[in-house]
Design a protein around this ligand. Structure first.
Ligand SMILES: Nc1nc2c(ncn2[C@@H]2O[C@H](COP(=O)(O)OP(=O)(O)OP(=O)(O)O)[C@@H](O)[C@H]2O)c(=O)[nH]1
Ligand SMILES: [Mg+2]
Length: 399
């Protein structure tokens, strides 16, 4: 207990008295010894530091009165003001245990022209496990062409953490001669998932955990043309950017030289800004300066120039994911070769939870408010009972 108190800066009155602290080393000094002088100096410096630290900690202990509710006084007490260890930090362990038990759900959608490597990249992202783990041994080596919009779910487990990953693969986008409204099935799918969630939420006997099929992220594949954004890219991203988090990527980046890649990226960033296209991570949703610095770095390197593969090769005795060409091996996870690792870090390692939060707090919320405000929406439409408590007055309460 004592140690913990010390850790948190709760000190006895003697330690905290600057006068007493200074007296002791003075009486111990031996005038002729250089060593002793040095020791004394060091001790003084240490004591000074301790005092400064203590002053800082004391300054940190704040008691703020909350004047919002008349008659109710609320104070704000920091760790340094507590008499002993309470154990608040153990809540983090509880949260961790609960999350592990409940498992994670993550839904990712891939959109782009046929043959740009969408299915390959998803396999690369999850190290081929998404298509192989759940398949039977007679799994076909070759990735087949995607012909219709479909969702496939897999449970991935790593170090005891389970994640239900759903990949929504879309057939070649913009492959038709007439591409008018080709984004419609995709917009429809995204909205249908919000509607499903909303219906579950409004159910009288709603589930404790509502199954989440909402699209948390849409990876949009740009062909590595080296030119500007095409009108179809602009139209799609403008529309989808309002209802889902879009992460644009340059597909098959191994077909561009380093200079071409840099120029193309710069061009795309300009086009995105000029057309008011909102891609993830959006500046408006940065929560604090620290997050802003991190996200600014990501925004500066968007769109990621990626290369996908599900083949492994030997490089310097190690197995690496790569594309073997006549001139050598393009290592997919090597940051000197392409930006696949940056994309993986963003989607899985650093921003997975944020993508889910933005989906729930921003995109779904916008849909919910719009849907509930629509005058023609009533409970019978939702397939719920309209009697008693669940009449229109309840609807206005929810809104
Ligand atoms: N050079 C190169 N080829 C790639 C890359 N990724 C995939 N490919 C190849 O491109 C071809 C098409 O890949 P898929 O993953 O089936 O493409 P898709 O976008 O899913 O195609 P659809 O399902 O028809 O929409 C395959 O032969 C892949 O091996 C890449 O990064 N670079
Ligand atoms: Mg495909």
């Amino acid at each position: 207990m004592e140690e913990r108190e010390k850790d948190r800066g709760i000190m006895g009155p003697e330690q905290g008295d600057p006068g007493k602290g200074r007296e002791q080393p003075a009486s111990m000094s031996t005038p002729n010894s250089v060593m002793a002088k040095e020791e004394k100096g060091m001790e003084e410096r240490e004591m000074k530091k301790e005092m400064e630290l203590e002053m800082e900690l004391k300054a940190e202990v704040k008691v703020e009165l909350c004047p919002t509710v008349p008659g109710l006084q609320m104070s704000f007490i920091r760790g340094t003001d507590l008499f002993g260890y309470v154990g608040i930090e153990a809540v983090l362990d509880q949260m961790r245990r609960k999350t592990i038990k409940a498992g994670l759900e993550f839904n990712i959608m891939v959109v782009g022209q046929s043959g740009l490597g969408k299915s390959t990249l998803v396999n690369t992202l999850f190290k081929s496990k998404v298509s192989r783990k759940s398949c039977t041994p007679n799994y076909e080596e070759k990735i087949s062409k995607t012909v219709k919009l479909h969702s496939v779910s897999h449970v991935i487990e790593e170090k005891g953490v389970k994640m239900k990953l759903t990949v929504i693969d879309t057939p070649g986008f913009g492959d038709q001669i007439n591409n008018d409204n080709c984004w419609e099935p995709i917009v429809k799918h995204v909205n249908e998932q919000y509607e499903k969630y909303l219906r579950e939420e409004l159910h009288i006997n709603r589930k404790r955990r509502i199954p989440d099929s909402r699209v948390h992220c849409c990876i949009y594949f740009l062909p590595a043309t080296g030119h500007r954004l095409r009108p179809i890219d602009v139209e799609f991203m403008k529309r989808l950017g309002k209802i889902v988090s879009i992460v644009p990527v340059i597909a098959k980046a191994d077909t561009l030289t380093i200079e071409e890649r840099q120029e193309f990226k710069e061009q795309i960033r300009q086009d995105l800004a000029a057309n008011g296209i909102r891609v993830y991570p959006q500046k408006e949703y940065d929560e604090d300066p620290e997050e802003r610095i991190l996200n600014d770095r990501i925004r500066e390197s968007i769109p990621f120039a990626v290369v996908g593969t599900d083949k492994e090769h030997q490089v310097n005795g190690n197995k690496v994911l790569g594309r073997k060409t006549k001139w050598g091996i393009i290592e997919v996870e090597n940051v000197a070769h392409c930006e696949f690792a940056n994309l993986r870090d963003l989607l899985i390692r650093s921003h997975l939870q944020d993508l889910k939060d933005v989906t729930h707090d921003i995109h779904y919320e916008t849909y919910r408010v719009r849907r509930l405000n629509e005058s023609n929406m009533n409970y019978s439409e939702l397939g719920l009972s309209t009697c008693g408590l669940f009449g229109n007055e309840k609807l206005s309460y929810i809104t």
